[in-house]
Unconditional design. Structure first.
Length: 219
């Protein structure tokens, strides 16, 4: 008996498990490690985010080819995408859909001429935190006052067909559509849904107890 036949006979269940798990992570769901603070306070460095890869497309495993469109991104959702402009995988909040006119004026977002609803929750000399409501989703944004305000404004801009405008919740500390431009539809990888777990880089990589399987939209 050849080595390969013997290896297959002795390990076929394990091999099939690895193959099926790889297909699952490629086409159905995966997790994403967050390396930066661009989505704070919603997402922290060290969070492991579960991503629903079937939220918008059913893709052929191990490829970018879409077999079927399964849904459309909605304003307020957190999306993961492979940015060619940034040459990196990014995670940001969906703000502008195709055809929307979006403006940022002194940290306040306007979509199709209407200002979003804000409620300040914390305000001190260094930082400002506020809830921001976009359609049915309410989340918290962070503004670091010691950071440059060059990203705090942009003139009204219309999102082109087949593209999206995304922003980080950490508004003065996020490289998003204000830096890299609109996100093409084909770059979307999926919708972030849950924090599987989180490790604290500043505390010996110990897990954060309050972030196990946390719904990302309830934070």
């Amino acid at each position: 008996m050849s080595f390969f036949k013997k290896f297959w006979r002795n390990n076929k269940l394990f091999i099939l498990f690895i193959l099926l798990m790889s297909v699952f992570r490629s086409a159905v769901a995966d997790w994403y490690t967050v390396p930066t603070g661009s989505m704070q306070p919603t997402i922290k460095e060290g969070d492991r985010i579960i991503v629903n890869k079937m939220a918008y497309d059913l893709k052929f495993p191990f490829s970018k080819f879409s077999l079927l469109t399964t849904g459309k991104p909605k304003r307020g959702e957190i999306v993961v995408f492979e940015s060619k402009a940034a040459d990196n995988r990014l995670i940001k909040r969906m703000i502008g859909l195709p055809g929307d006119t979006v403006e940022l004026r002194d940290e306040t977002l306007y979509i199709n001429g209407e200002a979003l609803n804000y409620q300040i929750t914390e305000h001190n000399a260094q930082q400002l935190f506020a809830t921001e409501q976009i359609d049915s989703i309410t989340h918290i944004i962070r503004i670091d006052k010691d950071k440059s305000d060059q990203l705090s404004n942009f003139r009204p801009i219309t999102v082109p067909v087949g593209h999206y405008l995304v922003l980080g919740d950490n508004r003065r500390n996020s490289a998003d559509s204000r830096v890299y431009g609109f996100v093409p539809r084909h770059e979307l990888k999926g919708k972030a849904t849950t924090i599987a777990f989180s490790v604290d880089y500043d505390n010996y990589y110990l897990p954060r107890e309050n972030r196990f399987f946390k719904d990302i939209y309830s934070i």
